[in-house]
Design a protein around this ligand. Structure first.
Ligand SMILES: C[S@@+](CC[C@H](N)C(=O)[O-])C[C@H]1O[C@@H](n2cnc3c(N)ncnc32)[C@H](O)[C@@H]1O
Length: 412
């Protein structure tokens, strides 16, 4: 009984949809808080958490999923730099928001990327906001262990971090660019002037909301962004912004969108020239080569450097631009030429998903998972789609798989 009440409370305060996380996440947080407050009786805990703002905050701190790392989805930071270079207003500092910023890796990465791009400390500022006071305290402490540094290219750590007991800390020049504060995206009382930001990172948050709250959140993000400003979302959230007044920035694998408005001026650097039309759509991708099970798939595609990557980037670009039939046709050709891979089935799944073809999207997401069982973005997309289809049990199974993978990746 109390679990259902707590789920409702969390949905109403921070937007968390209980179906989007494994059931044990909320149960576990509840158990933890009841132990910490030495309350054995569920009804007594319910009274406390509904009467005490402090306890509600502690419950939120215990339940949120803080998973993050430096330069997560690297292309997003490259997209930010390209956008601000192309749309700079002389004399005005560039304003960047990371909401949610979790423990700070994302806003610090943004500051590092800006320095790397040649901007000076007076050219920009970065703000990090998160609903978890515990995460904000960690962000301000700014000591990061191994899990915050993933992937192979860690050269930025040598340039921008110093070794300290317990890990690495961004150097003072980086830390001074970033300010933090604890706030809830849904809290209308949070005083943020409208159109305050040129760039908003809101990544890996919308996946935890139901559709109504996703729309409310995107409405709020639109308010925060200056006209023509850029919104960056997570890979599993990339089908959402175009439903709420954003247009794709057409930057492959960046999951970047622009606030659509009369004043939006897209300079040539921001929008690649239109692609030549691809041949007509194939009805279904023919799997002409034996499928090999692969576990080591990179979760995100790097900028194209070889023919297969170039081809994947073209599919992604077409899908991002809303040219869904072309994306699907190009994916079919890709499979004929390079063979079936998790990456191409993932993109095909995304294209079918965005085209409102759930059965084909599910089929392709499942093919991705056959080839790359730990493909997190696919698990997240598939869970959302199954949930939208009303298949709550299968959606939960996908979310449980995702939670197990995230837990494994956090293990020391
Ligand atoms: C998975 S992390 C994402 C961090 C980072 N953006 C990234 O992609 O690496 C999700 C974060 O969202 C925060 N969060 C959840 N609900 C929120 C809300 N309503 N307002 C602000 N932050 C929220 C959580 O505290 C958590 O730190």
């Amino acid at each position: 009984m109390i679990t259902a009440d707590i789920e409702r409370l969390l949905r109403d305060t921070i937007g968390m949809n209980a179906d989007s996380v494994s059931g044990s996440v909320i149960q576990f947080a509840l158990k933890q808080r009841m132990a910490a407050t030495q309350i054995a009786e569920p009804a007594a805990y319910w009274r406390l958490v509904t009467e005490s703002r402090h306890e509600l905050q502690e419950l939120i701190n215990a339940v949120v999923i803080p998973e993050t790392w430096f330069f997560r989805d690297r292309e997003a930071f490259a997209a930010m730099v390209r956008h601000v270079r192309a749309n700079r207003r002389p004399g005005q500092p560039i304003r960047i928001l990371s909401l949610p910023c979790s423990t700070g890796e994302e806003p610090y990465s943004a500051a590092m990327a800006m320095f790397d791009a040649g901007f000076s400390r007076l050219d920009f500022r970065v703000e990090g906001i998160d609903v978890s006071t515990r995460n904000i305290a960690e962000a301000e402490r700014a000591v990061f262990g191994r899990n915050s540094f993933r992937g192979e290219d860690l050269a930025f750590r040598g340039r921008f971090c110093e070794a300290v007991p317990g890990g690495y800390r961004p150097i003072a020049a980086v830390r001074e660019q970033v300010t933090f504060r604890a706030a809830n995206l849904f809290d209308v009382a949070v005083p943020v002037a409208p159109e305050s930001y040129d760039i908003v990172f809101c990544r890996n948050l919308l996946i935890y909301f139901d559709r109504t709250r996703q729309e409310r959140a995107l409405g709020r993000l639109r308010q925060l962004l200056a006209p023509g400003g850029m919104l960056l979302v997570g890979p599993a959230e990339s089908s959402l912004p175009t439903l709420c007044g954003f247009v794709s920035a057409r930057m492959p694998m960046a999951f970047a969108f622009l606030k659509q408005s009369a004043e939006t001026v897209l300079r040539p650097e921001a929008v690649p020239p239109p692609r030549a039309k691809l041949p007509p759509r194939r009805s279904a991708p023919a799997v002409t080569r034996p499928i090999q099970r692969r576990r080591d798939i990179a979760p995100h595609l790097d900028a194209a450097t070889d023919p297969a990557k170039t081809s994947l980037a073209a599919i992604e670009r077409a899908a991002n631009a809303g040219q869904l039939n072309e994306a699907k046709a190009a994916a079919g050709q890709h499979i004929d030429r390079f063979g079936p891979t998790a990456d191409v089935y993932y993109l095909l799944g995304l294209a079918h998903d965005a085209a409102g073809e759930p059965a084909l999207a599910i089929e392709n997401y499942r093919k991705t998972l056959y080839l790359a069982p730990d493909h997190r973005e696919t698990l997240a997309h598939l869970a959302l789609l199954l949930q939208r289809q009303g298949d709550v049990t299968s959606a939960k199974m996908m979310n449980n798989r995702l939670a197990r993978i995230e837990k494994r990746s956090r293990a020391p």
